[in-house]
Design a binder for this molecule. Structure first.
Ligand code: CLF
Ligand code: SF4
Length: 293
């Protein structure tokens, strides 16, 4: 890797396989609203852009989020990255998300800032992201084909209207691709997350991988659909099956070409704290942070 990129990824547990053994990340759940509907969403729990269903995250204010970040940073020195990943879409909550980033870039300039989004509001957010020195952006891109998109996204909320089906999916896809190009042209590292949905986008994700790589994405993370009916997702209720571990691995292999594939994702919750796969969120609830003071 060139030096300027290595310095950005060497202590980021998601962007570097090596780093995830030594460095921790934390998420603050400051973003409750969302501007699209995904058929795999379990927002009752957390945004499934990245998140594993659990109990719902404790939604906090930017002020509380900063307080929590500083407390965790003091307790866990390996915590190098602060991410906002839900429980809705961070960029659908721009005041809350950017207020948190602004304060952290002032109060904790050594912590890397990271954000994960469905991409609908990305193009209009790129300037603001660059302003706060956000070097790591994840876009969840599940398709580049509006017909497939209509099977994944029943609607989007766009310019004060709900737009359904193929028409909505087309706008979402255009915004995601435009946002990706804007970020990579500014040298911001972009990771693309894709949810593998058997029979819906599994074959198609190879094409997605080629396209996002050609546009300069740094890493592609193909994650398995989580569709447990008890979490009330549309797919869960409709009996959509999840991929098997072997199917997931085969797809990751066939996407790998010469773009790096992320294979150590743990589908974290929107309030995860600690090394990947470790969740120390319970140690740092707002109540407990108040007690620490
Ligand atoms: Fe969080 Fe995501 Fe940033 Fe990482 S998680 S916002 S890039 S700091 Fe990482 Fe967790 Fe997988 Fe996400 S293991 S779900 S890829
Ligand atoms: Fe749910 Fe996230 Fe999709 Fe929004 S982007 S509908 S929160 S999975």
């Amino acid at each position: 890797l060139p030096d300027h990129i290595r310095s950005k990824v060497q202590d980021h547990p998601c962007y570097s396989e090596e780093a995830h053994h030594y460095f921790a990340r934390m998420h603050v759940a400051v973003a409750p609203a969302c501007n699209i509907q995904c058929n795999y969403c379990n927002r009752k729990y957390d945004c499934s852009n990245e998140s594993r269903p659990g109990v719902v995250s404790e939604v906090m204010s930017p002020e509380q989020a900063v307080k929590k970040t500083l407390a965790v940073a003091a307790a866990i020195p390996q915590m190098t990255v602060l991410g906002i990943a839900g429980p809705g879409d961070p960029l659908a909550n721009p005041e809350r998300t950017f207020e948190t980033f602004r304060r952290l870039s002032e109060e904790a300039p050594d912590i890397k800032l990271c954000v994960s989004t469905n991409g609908l509001s990305l193009p209009q957010s790129v300037d603001e992201l660059a302003k706060h020195n956000i070097d790591h952006v994840t876009i969840t891109i599940n398709t580049v084909d509006p017909e497939i998109g209509a099977k994944i996204y029943p609607w989007i909320f766009w310019e004060n209207k709900r737009i359904f089906g193929v028409e909505g999916a087309k706008i979402l896809i255009e915004q995601q691709q435009k946002g990706l190009e804007m970020l990579t042209s500014r040298g911001i590292l972009v990771k693309v997350n894709s949810v593998m949905i058997p029979g819906v986008n599994d074959e198609h994700l190879k094409e997605v991988s080629k396209i996002v790589k050609a546009k300069g994405a740094f890493l592609h993370n193909v994650m398995p659909l989580i569709a447990e009916a008890e979490h009330g997702t549309y797919y869960g209720i409709m009996g959509q099956r999840e991929p098997t571990p072997l199917e997931l691995e085969a797809l990751q292999d066939s996407c790998s070409g010469d773009m790096s594939m992320m294979r150590h994702c743990r589908q974290c919750r929107a309030d995860a704290v600690g090394l990947l796969g470790e969740d120390r969120g319970e140690e740092f609830t707002l109540d407990k942070i108040d007690e620490m003071e």
